[in-house]
Design a protein around this ligand. Structure first.
Ligand code: SAM
Length: 220
């Protein structure tokens, strides 16, 4: 699966993609990250990507033309989805991540400054927000979506069961995962002892499952 990231900061995510699970997925050619510098699609010597807002107002707006041209370059693939990242978009969630994980290619348009000329909306498939807050740019939003989508692509995670048992998974009788523990059984801080719940050490799988369902409902 290929992810195109249209941005004016093409190196901002380099370290994010050069470690851990995503790096392995890239090395194994299960995913490909293609960063496209929007400035490469400008015509003037200053490589201008922004201008003042029509009608007045604070800040600068990203110009439509370089983004349009950058999109033409990345569009080739038929199962390509073009996503404009904006706080005004539909809120990203696990269901959208599942839908995206079946595509061949997703192209993200990352805004900066006060946002993007609204005419870009004529050339996209959907507007997505990663949450009700304002970031400086769309790059972190793209990285968030790429991480959530990639872990649903077969063979990227070693243990497929861990996806099935995760929060928001359709196979679960609950939405959020139950609280998890590992060794040691007792963790001491001064006189205080923090214990793993006894039921989890009982070996009674039926009871453990019931306990987990009960706890998951309250785990917020
Ligand atoms: N003036 C805009 C507004 O009030 O909605 C905010 C622009 S923001 C500073 C610059 C860019 O960051 C946006 O064009 C968008 O691409 C990205 N961005 C900011 N918050 C985001 C969010 N919650 N989800 C997705 N993208 C976001």
């Amino acid at each position: 699966m290929k992810f195109n990231i249209l941005t004016i900061f093409p190196h901002i995510l380099d370290s994010f993609f050069s470690e851990s699970i995503l790096k392995r997925a890239i090395d194994k050619k299960l995913i490909k990250i293609n960063t496209v510098n929007i400035r490469d699609f400008t015509n003037d010597k200053h490589k201008t990507v922004d201008d003042t807002p029509c009608g007045g107002g604070a800040g600068m707006i990203m110009k439509v033309e370089p983004i349009y041209k950058a999109l033409q370059k990345t569009k080739k693939n038929r199962k390509n989805r073009i996503v404009l990242l904006t706080p005004a978009g539909k809120q990203f969630n696990q269901n959208i991540a599942k839908k995206y994980s079946k595509l061949n290619q997703i192209t993200f348009i990352c805004g900066r400054y006060e946002g993007i000329d609204a005419r870009v909306e004529n050339f996209i498939d959907e507007k997505i927000s990663i949450g009700p807050y304002i970031l400086n740019g769309g790059e972190i939003a793209a990285a968030t979506i790429i991480e959530a989508v990639s872990r649903l692509i077969p063979r990227i995670l070693g243990n497929i069961k861990s996806i099935e048992e995760e929060s928001f998974s359709a196979n679960q009788p609950f939405e959020l995962e139950y609280p998890q523990y590992t060794k040691p059984e007792i963790f001491k801080v001064g006189n205080k002892k923090y214990r793993v719940p006894k039921i989890l050490l009982s070996g009674n799988h039926k009871k453990i499952k019931e306990w987990r369902i009960k706890k998951a409902k309250k785990h917020k």
